[in-house]
Design a protein around this ligand. Structure first.
Ligand code: SF4
Ligand code: SF4
Length: 587
């Protein structure tokens, strides 16, 4: 029985080898190639697997010829091999057996330096994968006292980040979905992972000789001035700076990776080193950093004017309505950007129509720090986050504080025992407040505006005229609420109440294609390749939709630029879901 299962497996592997050899040798999918090493590793592995099953088949065949011991392959090959005579069959059996053993042992020696190491590393990589919120970047602890900021040398990565390199199957799926790679930027997420692994191999003697158990056991030489060799820096050497700056942090690579490899935290760790240790970043973001630091927003605009968009809407500030059930976190784009102020107005009108007791922070709100963190300025993110957490806690929004009493702010006493919610129309604010502020003690109930609107609708607090919007419409899933926070259904449910003509783009939900604005890219120039925003707008146009609905101020800005860039303003309107709802309410 065992022999039949084994031989069935041998036949299956043989067919698979032919298929994969044809794929690799003839079709040569681009994602399987790597700049860091040629295609030979794949062929060597296919060859070794072939040798293992080939020699096994001959072991069985000669064994049958010598002793009539039945196995399916033996019974097939044995009679052919027996014709050479018993002495030859016995010698053939011994030679095949030794060849089989040498191939298996040779494979084991080759394995640790080959991509096939993923067979051993993958189970551990998946088991130890990050179970924290996937939208949260790891925090740099004790930032004031640290001597290093981020990662410039491979040994500064955590052991889990290094294990990622061993687990990589080099399938290249991450490359195929990367918006940067797809639009001609010099970023190949697979090469980032392989680059880290390559760097580790390059510097392995140096790292292991650094007074570790290996040097104590005499397995490697202790590092001395003579043994120390000069290596080119990892960033700018094996991993290019242009690649690091091309990333939109869309997380498409992490979502598709079959072995739970985490690309984005590594890219941000290396950006942190560039920004905080080397002061090296695209010069366009200098003003972003300065303005967030000075004005609490990305522009040269006084933060005192943050609530001006709401002047005619009678929206109270938290200082005026400290017991509001809901805080509408407007965000910098919603407060200052001309296009996105219309979205803020729409959200406020929806809340008013639903009679929600809400308020905004106005000048007390300041940038969440998300763009700074994604660009690599962790220090600025922590400063912004601490300031916002203090404000939110003073108004009693911290879930921990709600369990035990009162807070006061500016002389106002606030009932902190009641459950209070923060809503925001910005997925970047949403993600950082919900998933990253807990790293600094700020735990809040944060809801994206599309989810909140859906809740209002299902509770009957707003009713919308069904089928009100007759236009053909498609919805773009923003990365920071889609892949980052798995919000896919609520925006669609809201839209389909109003509109029976909602269609999907070919890349949707967790496969959605980035607008190009995440990871701080909205603040950087895009000088290489096609524009990411235009690529996505073209995908929307393929559906013949008249409206591209979004739910992120960055997506809206990127798409507005995108339609202008390809002169499609007349064909495709860009609207936030809240704008569509608000116009339905007003009718
Ligand atoms: S996060 Fe997005 S842009 Fe960055 S490497 Fe991954 S797929 Fe590419
Ligand atoms: S998708 Fe994952 S396993 Fe495949 S090449 Fe990319 S990092 Fe490696």
């Amino acid at each position: 029985y065992f022999a039949s299962v084994l031989d069935g497996f041998v036949v299956f592997v043989f067919i698979a080898l032919i298929v994969f050899a044809i794929r690799r040798g003839i079709f040569r999918p681009k994602q399987l190639t790597s700049f860091l090493h040629g295609p030979w590793d794949g062929f060597i592995i296919l060859g070794l697997i072939f040798l293992v099953i080939f020699t096994l088949a001959f072991v069985e065949g000669f064994q049958y010829a010598v002793s009539q011991e039945w196995t399916p392959i033996g019974a097939f090959l044995g009679p052919l091999l027996a014709s050479a005579g018993p002495q030859v069959a016995l010698a053939g059996y011994r030679v095949s057996w030794w060849l089989h053993m040498f191939t298996v042992l040779g494979f084991l020696i080759y394995l640790p330096r080959s991509k096939h190491l993923h067979l051993l590393a993958t189970p551990f990589n998946v088991f130890f994968s990050n179970y924290q919120p996937k939208g949260a970047l790891p925090m740099l602890e004790n930032i004031e006292e640290r001597e290093d900021y981020g990662v410039s040398k491979v040994e500064q990565f955590t052991w889990k980040q290094l294990l990622d390199g061993y687990a990589c199957t080099e399938c290249g799926r991450c490359n195929t979905v990367c918006p940067a790679m797809n639009t001609g930027k010099p970023l190949y997420p697979k090469e980032i992972i392989l680059g880290v692994k390559e760097e580790l191999f390059e510097r392995s003697d140096e790292i292991l000789s650094d007074n570790t158990i290996f040097s104590k056991l005499g397995l490697v030489k202790l590092k001395t001035d003579e043994t120390e060799t000069e290596h080119q820096p990892m960033i700018g050497g094996t991993i290019s700076k242009e690649a690091l700056w091309s990333c939109t942090s869309c997380m498409a690579c992490m979502e598709i990776c079959p072995v739970a490899i985490e690309h984005v935290p590594k890219i941000i760790d290396m950006r942190r080193s560039l920004v905080m240790e080397e002061s090296e970043f695209p010069q366009e973001v200098t003003s972003l950093f300065n303005n967030i630091e000075r004005n609490g927003n990305p522009w040269e605009i006084s933060n005192d004017t943050r609530a001006e968009w709401a002047a005619e809407l009678a929206v109270p500030l938290m200082g005026e309505n400290p017991d509001a059930d809901v805080l509408y976190w407007v965000g910098c784009m919603g407060s200052f950007d001309l296009r996105n102020k219309k979205v803020s107005t729409a959200v406020a009108k929806i809340l008013q129509a639903a009679k929600v007791n809400f308020a905004i922070l106005g000048p007390e709100e300041t940038c969440t720090g998300d763009p700074a963190r994604r660009i690599g300025n962790e220090y600025l993110w922590q400063t912004q986050a601490q300031q916002n957490i203090e404000t939110l806690n003073n108004y009693g929004f911290n879930l921990a504080g709600q369990e035990n009493g009162h807070a006061s702010h500016n002389g106002h006493s606030t009932d902190t025992t009641k459950h209070r919610t923060i809503i925001t129309a910005c997925p970047h604010c949403f993600n950082t407040i919900k998933n990253e502020y807990p790293q600094l003690g700020g735990n809040y109930d944060v809801v994206h505006h599309t989810v909140f609107i859906e809740q209002l609708m299902s509770k009957g607090e707003i009713t919308l005229p069904e089928g009100f919007d007759k236009r053909k419409l498609t919805y773009h899933d923003p990365c920071y609420i889609g892949r980052y926070n798995d919000v896919y259904d609520e925006p669609r449910r809201v839209l389909t109440v109003l509109n029976n003509n909602v269609t999907e783009m070919r890349r949707n939900r967790n496969k959605s294609f980035c607008c190009g604005g995440g990871g701080g890219r909205a603040w950087m120039e895009e000088k290489v390749g096609k524009r990411v925003n235009q690529t996505r707008v073209n995908e929307a146009l393929e559906t013949n939709a008249e409206v591209l609905a979004a739910s992120c101020p960055f997506c809206i800005t990127m798409f507005e630029d995108g339609v202008k860039g390809i002169e499609a303003e007349e064909k495709l309107k860009i609207e936030d879901i809240s704008e569509i709802i608000a116009s339905a309410i007003e009718k």
